[in-house]
Design a protein around this ligand. Structure first.
Ligand code: G3P
Ligand code: MG
Length: 315
């Protein structure tokens, strides 16, 4: 049975900008990452696939049509061909001519600024194992000097398994677009440290189930404040959002805001934070923003150091 590359100290912030910050600027381009960083985000999610000549680059869709001025399957073009496309005009005039982004270029930009990333391995059809392997190998090389490595995630278990075989030391997360009862066993089998679940299929019990099995729990894509509050109250570890402007004050804290409120906002009789107190704070976070972040808020207590998941895969 696979042994995960654990124990693993979880180094990532709670707030993660989706596709760079792919609503206010063209998704998966450097312009989007700059936008997210300007709004205080220290971590980004983005989608990585391979060009026909094996260059890892960022694009969400299998085809070029929606987010570039090219057409057809992206993975059939060489990086030289892809690098000449316009990936910004579809969004707005302000971004006309914005190029597609190579993972190598992104790695330099992120490390220059001390920022973190969740690389979603998004293979072209039939390229699952190759993409997982190549992305993991390049990440090991391009982030060799960085203490905090990218978190690799994928819906493709084949890609995750190939990444594990190529570079077992890199942290991995299983992506789920719906809940499956054997999620902990699947994540264990793939040696993952986290599970990233579509928020429409996540609740307190499922978060607790994954925590009990030793995994961190992240979710995508939450753009609604009260839904975010519910999930923070339920103990969520990381939230992927498009709303980098709306969530800027909280993203600048970097931590689960429910833990922050519990630690720094006085409550009568030391009561635990309620949804109301959290919503009140989210509506007006400024008064406590300047307060020092207590150590107790920085991790999730004992589980901030990730230990071997308790679940054993059934084989
Ligand atoms: O990685 C989380 C999320 O990005 C997965 O969905 O379609 O936006 O890549 P999608
Ligand atoms: Mg994605």
């Amino acid at each position: 049975m696979t042994q995960p590359a654990l124990p693993f100290s979880w180094p990532y912030p709670a707030w993660i900008a989706h596709r760079g910050a792919g609503k206010l600027a063209p998704e998966n381009t450097l312009a989007a990452f700059r936008m997210g960083a300007d709004h205080g985000f220290a971590m980004f999610e983005c989608d990585v696939k391979l060009s026909a000549d094996g260059e890892p680059f960022l694009l969400h869709d299998a085809e070029l049509d929606r987010t570039t001025n090219g057409q057809g399957v992206a993975g059939l073009l060489s990086w030289d061909q892809l690098s000449r496309l316009d990936a910004g005009s579809w969004h707005s005039r302000a971004y006309a001519g914005e190029p597609l982004l190579r993972l190598e270029s992104l790695s330099r930009w992120l490390q220059a600024l001390g920022l973190m990333v969740n690389l979603e391995i998004k293979p072209s059809l039939g390229e699952e194992a190759k993409t997982g392997k190549v992305v993991a190998q390049r990440v090991a090389k391009w982030w060799a000097q960085s203490e905090v490595k990218p978190l690799l995630s994928s819906f493709s278990t084949e890609a995750l398994d190939a990444a594990r075989l190529a570079q077992p030391e890199l942290p991995r997360a299983l992506l789920l677009d719906r809940w499956v009862a054997d999620a902990p066993e699947m994540a264990q089998e793939l040696g993952c440290v986290a599970v990233v679940v579509n928020h429409a299929h996540l609740d307190e019990l499922r978060i607790a189930t994954l925590h009990a099995a030793g995994f961190k729990v992240l979710t995508y894509t939450v753009n609604d404040g009260s839904r975010a509050s519910e999930l923070w109250m339920a103990g969520l570890d990381g939230l992927i959002t498009d709303k980098v402007d709306q969530f800027e004050p909280q993203a600048r804290l970097g931590v689960n805001p429910a833990r922050w409120v519990a630690a720094v906002v006085p409550s009568p009789g030391e009561a635990p934070p309620s949804q109301t107190s959290l919503d009140d704070w989210l509506a007006d976070p400024e008064p406590s923003i300047g307060a020092a972040v207590p150590d107790s808020v920085m991790g999730s207590g004992p589980d901030s150091v990730h230990t071997q998941p308790a679940v054993r895969a059934t084989v």
